[in-house]
Design a protein around this ligand. Structure first.
Ligand code: NAG
Ligand code: NAG
Ligand code: NAG
Ligand code: NAG
Ligand code: NAG
Length: 453
């Protein structure tokens, strides 16, 4: 009797996870259907399009909610990729509104509201999503609004400016933009990796070699600092008082991935140079060794250490950026897509959580839901599913292969102004001016206070 009952329990066990995310990885339709569910559950975390809420941002920053401003930028890149790979336009309006709403007063993704916590990497996450918009021909804004290329150039120009690139540690970008912020004395891989990534992509898109020269300079600096070692471990950064030699040896998957995608673009831009091919392969070797267990993506710092909310979305970037790399550096296609497929398979297996029984956790290698859902976890699995759809997806365009985004090489320089939208009324502008003055006053007050602290 007992054994029969047990048998029945086991037999029935799958019914408990009936709502679980189901996907046949051999079928593009099935992958798209699963991605649609994951995207739906992800967008439930977004309230920026509801009355009284701020467009573009996820609830936060802590303690008001779990998410920082940069994760909004990351979310919209994820949703643009979702549209690009699946053709589902459901979230395009909300994505478009968000990307335009957060451009900031100078149209360079430095909105005054978020100044106090703004790092170069935070700004870049929006900048890289804008770059993606140009590369996949995401809906162009109407005249008078900044184009995706313009915005990417604006972010890049602010970061290439001398006030961001000082001579300490022989060059490179600091993590933080503003002297009052914690981390202003830290020159790290993510800030420089994002700048390198955008430079490589801008070079390819515009055919302007200045961007590539900066990308090479940034890569060389990162190597000179030994932030990447001879085994292709990618470390986090170093502090200016130690001339950046006190290397923090934590390894985060997004550091390696942002560099890998940039290197893949440089490979394409340099007409398939062996040098960049070797760098892509080297970074891949390191990533496979450090961040994959039996073909499943694993975040050692988080899953084997102390996990911060930021880390919970890294896996999505790894999947999306590695997938994009195969489009510009096809030599790595077989190797990368095999890895992404086995990883996505494990990722989906653990999506049995939340109210509807199909939301995802973060511990993919266990294949068992870990009890915690979030926008980061959903972005990760959405990125993983989308990364399996690259084979039939259009490669990123350039301004000579169908790219329509309008740019300006001087975007973001503080003297540039966009053609004003004639429809703005005097009343709107006065209102905006008062608001800006108020925010400026409170920001300056806040900065002074932080300085004393
Ligand atoms: C906000 O966007 C979602 C799509 O993500 C949509 O379902 C919802 O109706 C929108 N809400 C408002 C108030 O427009
Ligand atoms: C800045 O904050 C104000 C006040 O909360 C809000 O009304 C405005 O929409 C915010 N702007 C941005 C770009 O976040
Ligand atoms: C600091 O590091 C840079 C870059 O490696 C080097 O050129 C410079 O000589 C170093 N300065 C000191 C004081 O060690
Ligand atoms: C692409 O952009 C460059 C500027 O970087 C410009 O010289 C060139 O004419 C553009 N090409 C097309 C087809 O628009
Ligand atoms: C190329 O980019 C640099 C750096 O932004 C800019 O100064 C220069 O004007 C650009 N050249 C062209 C032809 O667009």
């Amino acid at each position: 009797m007992l054994s029969v009952a047990r048998f029945h329990l086991l037999w029935l066990a799958p019914a408990v996870v009936l709502g679980a995310l189901e996907v046949d990885l051999d079928s593009e339709d099935s992958i798209k259907a699963a991605a649609k569910e994951v995207a739906y559950d992800l967008m439930k975390y977004y309230h920026g399009n509801e009355s009284g809420q701020i467009p573009g941002v996820l609830p936060g920053p802590p303690p008001a909610g779990d998410y920082y401003w940069w994760q909004g930028g990351a979310l919209w890149g994820t949703m643009m990729d979702y549209w690009h790979y699946t053709g589902d336009e459901t979230y395009n309006d909300v994505t478009f509104e968000a990307m335009q709403f957060q451009v900031g007063e100078n149209k360079d993704y430095e909105p005054t509201n978020w100044t106090l916590s703004l790092g170069n990497d935070d700004q870049s996450f929006w900048g890289m999503s804008a770059m993606l918009g140009a590369e996949i021909n995401f809906r162009d804004p109407p005249e008078g609004k900044p184009g995706w290329l313009y915005l990417a150039q604006a972010v890049w120009n602010t970061q290439a400016a001398p006030d961001r690139h000082d001579d300490t540690c022989g060059g490179g970008l600091r993590w933080q933009i503003f002297p009052g912020n914690n981390g202003y004395d830290y020159k790290n891989t993510i800030a420089n990796g994002c700048f390198f990534n955008m430079g490589a992509r801008l070079a390819r898109y515009t055919h302007n070699d200045t961007y590539a020269q900066w990308a090479i300079k940034t890569w060389d600096w990162i190597m000179d600092m030994h932030y990447i070692d001879d085994k292709w471990n990618v470390y986090d950064g170093g502090h200016i008082p130690a001339n950046c030699t006190d290397i923090n040896k934590q390894q985060y998957s997004y550091n390696a991935a942002v560099l890998l995608l940039g290197a893949a673009y440089m490979y394409d831009y340099s007409n398939q140079s062996k040098e960049w091919e070797d760098r892509v392969n080297g970074l891949l070797d390191g990533m496979e060794r450090v961040f994959f267990i039996n073909g499943t993506l694993y975040e050692p710092s988080c899953e084997g250490g102390i996990c911060k909310a930021d880390m919970l979305s890294y896996k999505g970037y790894v999947h999306r950026w590695l997938a994009a790399a195969t489009q510009v550096a096809p030599f790595c296609k077989d190797r990368v897509l095999k890895l992404l497929r086995s990883s996505a398979e494990a990722a989906v297996k653990q999506c049995t959580g939340g109210d509807n029984g199909r939301q995802c956790g973060f511990h993919w290698t266990t294949r068992v839901y870990d009890g915690q859902t979030g926008a980061g976890q959903q972005m990760d699995v959405l990125g993983a599913l989308c990364s399996l759809l690259t084979a039939n997806a259009k490669a990123p365009v350039t301004n000579s292969t169908g790219g329509t985004s309008v740019g300006d090489p001087n975007a973001g320089s503080r003297t540039t102004s966009l053609p004003e939208n004639a429809e703005i009324t005097t009343g709107d502008r006065a209102g905006a001016g008062i608001l800006t003055a108020f925010i400026l006053a409170t920001t300056i007050g806040g900065a002074v206070w932080m300085g004393w602290d």
